[in-house]
Design a protein around this ligand. Structure first.
Ligand code: IPM
Ligand code: MG
Length: 362
């Protein structure tokens, strides 16, 4: 199979982790007889510096004409500390999500036995955790209008808006996922306070009634934040709106031991985007210290979800598992390997002879 991939490394550690995912994808291609064309474009602070825009038209065109997008990270401290900045790197990511119609962000959270001690939570709490967070990605308070300041500048406002149709789209995705998993959907909202949450509850409850074999319940977000670390095995599919999903998925990363291990897929109307859930980690940029696993696993999600390359994705996951078992991990997981050592190890595991049997041959 031949596929064209748009690479958007972005800022901070983005370029380093993307380079390792490319290494692993190249190993898979050689092994299984595929070929990938990689086309890189600027996004975020890197794009602002070069062009003035966080999402230049050329970058968006690259995404629109590619088979999938692999995204690194976005964000730079020089903008974080400047609330008056007119253009911000994050606008590039948000504009891309909107332009590609990426309404569903899929964030699997699976605990590795071998990493149980890397989590600050007790082993008996994290063992066996296997959930997926389905975060709505192009609505809610991230995009609602009006937003901004009053004329005087002493009052700021954001608006949370959801329509029935927006809620239904991601709800369908969540129930599809649940039907292939442990058949349980938990809607996380704040229906005791927010009108948008009450609409979510109404729409999702109505939809759930068509699937009596899928267990469905609702949980307020404050309680969900607690249950997520008190009893994370409770959850199978967590369905939630944009901002709650953003917050809860960072919290859930504590279960696996590091934010550096969690991949994600954003799917919708146009090209899908695969990206680690972590940020640009500017303190580590250029130092070969960042964990490339989240991006490598995002590439695996892309192969499976986008191109039906099930064995190839499984090979990458097996290689990542093996690297963790072998202790070839970066400092966030209390290891001493560098970013490129982890990537090299995983790529060579994929390439090694035994695997030729497992992958479809060229
Ligand atoms: C994420 C990130 C982004 C978000 C930021 C960088 C805008 O935190 O993908 O979770 O809030 O969606
Ligand atoms: Mg986030």
């Amino acid at each position: 199979m031949h596929k064209t991939l748009a690479l958007l490394p972005g800022d901070g550690i983005g370029p380093e982790v993307i380079a390792e995912a490319v290494k692993v994808l190249q190993a898979v291609a050689t092994q299984a007889g595929h070929s990938f064309t990689f086309r890189s474009s600027l996004v975020g602070a890197a794009a602002i510096d070069a062009t003035g825009s966080p999402l230049p038209q050329e970058t968006l065109d690259n995404c629109l004409s590619a088979d999938a997008v692999l995204f690194g990270a976005i964000g730079h401290p020089k903008y974080d500390n400047d609330p008056s900045a007119k253009v911000r790197p994050e606008q590039g990511l948000l504009a891309m999500r909107k332009a590609l119609g990426l309404y569903a962000n899929i964030r699997p959270v699976k605990a590795w036995d071998s990493l149980a001690d890397a989590s600050p939570l007790k082993r008996e709490i994290v063992t066996g955790v296997d959930m997926v967070i389905l975060r709505e990605l192009i609505g809610g308070i991230y995009f609602g209008e009006p937003r901004g300041r009053n004329e005087k500048g002493d009052k700021a406002f954001d608006t949370c808006v959801y329509t029935r149709e927006e809620i239904l789209k991601i709800t369908r995705t969540a129930f599809e996922y649940a039907s292939r998993r442990r058949k349980k959907v938990t809607l996380v909202d704040k229906a005791n306070v927010l009108a948008t949450s009450r609409l979510w509850r109404e729409v999702v409850t109505e939809y759930a009634a068509q699937f009596p074999d899928i267990e469905f319940d609702c949980m307020f977000v404050d309680n969900a934040a607690m249950q997520l670390i008190r009893d994370p095995r409770y959850f199978d599919v967590v369905l939630t709106e944009n901002m709650f999903g953003d917050i809860l998925s960072d919290e859930a990363s504590v279960i696996t031991g590091s934010l550096g291990t969690l991949p994600s897929a954003s799917i919708g109307e146009k090209t899908s985007v695969y990206e680690p859930i972590h940020g640009s980690y500017p303190q580590a940029a250029g130092q070969n210290r960042a964990n490339p696993v989240a991006t490598i696993l995002s590439a695996a999600m892309m192969l499976e979800g986008e191109f039906g390359m099930v064995e190839e994705a499984a090979a990458i996951r097996a290689a990542v598992d093996a690297s963790i078992e072998a202790g070839i991990v970066t400092e966030d997981l209390k290891g001493s390997s560098t970013t490129s050592e982890v990537g090299d190890w995983i790529a060579s595991w994929v390439t090694k002879a035994a695997l030729k049997e497992a992958l479809p041959s060229a």
